[in-house]
Write a protein that binds this ligand. Structure first.
Ligand code: FMN
Length: 315
């Protein structure tokens, strides 16, 4: 693929995003600051589903959304503005993982004719804000970008830095109440203000790469500044999660149409079993991962290196 750069070092950048709480927009605004300051033309475009997802969610709505999110069933989206459809030199795609998969509005956009048209032949940087599990979602995004003939040149992953079970509690509370503030012994939910502020550094690295026309090693530069931080035990946890979710999503979907009793029963089973299983299994899986970290160290290090770059492996 040929990246058709104009002679001028000032570029046209499209920032596509979806967000519920506004967290991802804050991240992207921080990233964009140095780019705006440098004089590039930036257009922010929100991906908007025809039928909005609730925020805050009821617990039933949250778990009921799972099968269609995980199977990446496309939903109808509002048309993007004519401004977003114009040719851009770089596309920055901001998304969030839902159930180890790109959120449904974003996966729908990536599969839509309009989305593919916007992304086709473009260099793309992906930016995500999540709890801590994004590896599988990014693999699914990589695949869709490849199908759209886009070229992924950079990835930035922002996470909640609390311990796994702590962030599970604080993020679920945030999703179900809309309140992300610290409570009792728990810290604030989500990506920290400090990490959001630090995202400007990545914006400056992208600016330098654009101005010098050196996009080929952008990811290496981003990684040096901490754009991707992967804990090997989470690689193992996510792999198990993807397998379990694949079985559960089929089980719930086989219960019948969305409003059927069969489906509702299955959603309730999932809703109570999943958090319980995470709490019971996490410490066991953590111990197992300690063992595997020793036994399969080489393989895991290779996996971590793989997730820090942008090509797609064949499996
Ligand atoms: C339905 C749903 C599922 C989620 N699943 C994951 C997940 O699998 N991994 C993860 O790290 N975060 C997960 N999150 C957290 C989101 O990735 C994200 O951080 C949070 O929703 C805030 O994003 P916002 O910018 O849309 O407000 C989930 C959130 C929702 C609403």
């Amino acid at each position: 693929m040929r990246l058709d750069w104009k002679r001028t070092s000032m570029k046209r950048i499209l920032i596509l995003y979806y967000t519920q709480s506004g967290q991802l927009l804050s991240i992207l605004q921080s990233l964009a600051k140095p780019l705006i300051h440098a004089g590039h033309t930036i257009h922010f475009e929100e991906i908007q589903p025809e039928e909005k997802f609730p925020f805050p969610w009821s617990s039933y709505q949250f778990f009921n959304a799972f099968p269609e999110v995980f199977s990446q069933k496309p939903q109808s989206l509002k048309n993007i503005s004519s401004k977003a459809a114009n040719g851009y030199d770089l596309v920055i795609l901001g998304y969030q993982p839902w159930f180890l998969t790109p959120s449904r509005p974003v996966s729908s956009f990536l599969q839509s004719a309009e989305g593919r048209r916007v992304l086709s032949d473009k260099p793309v940087v992906t930016v995500l804000g999540c709890r801590n599990m994004w590896l599988g979602a990014q693999e699914k995004v990589k695949k869709k970008l490849k199908e759209a003939d886009a070229k992924l040149i950079g990835h930035i992953a922002l996470m909640d830095r609390s311990a796994n079970l702590t962030s599970l509690i604080t993020i679920l509370r945030w999703m179900f109440t809309g309140d992300k503030k610290p409570f009792w012994i728990f810290p604030a939910a989500g990506v920290s203000d400090r990490d959001i502020e630090h995202t400007q550094t990545f914006g400056e690295i992208i600016n330098q790469a654009l101005v010098k026309n050196e996009l080929e090693n952008l990811q290496t530069k981003l990684n040096e500044a901490g754009a991707i931080d992967i804990k090997p035990n989470l690689v193992l946890l996510e792999r198990r999660g993807q397998k379990a979710f694949s079985v559960w999503s089929k089980f719930i979907a086989s219960g019948g149409p969305v409003h059927s009793t069969g489906r509702k029963i299955r959603v309730y089973i999932f809703m109570y079993l999943l958090p319980a299983a995470i709490f019971v299994l996490s410490p066991l899986l953590w111990m197992l991962s300690r063992i595997l970290l020793t036994v399969k160290r080489k393989e895991l290090i290779q996996d971590v290196e793989y997730y820090k770059q942008n090509s797609l492996r064949n499996n």
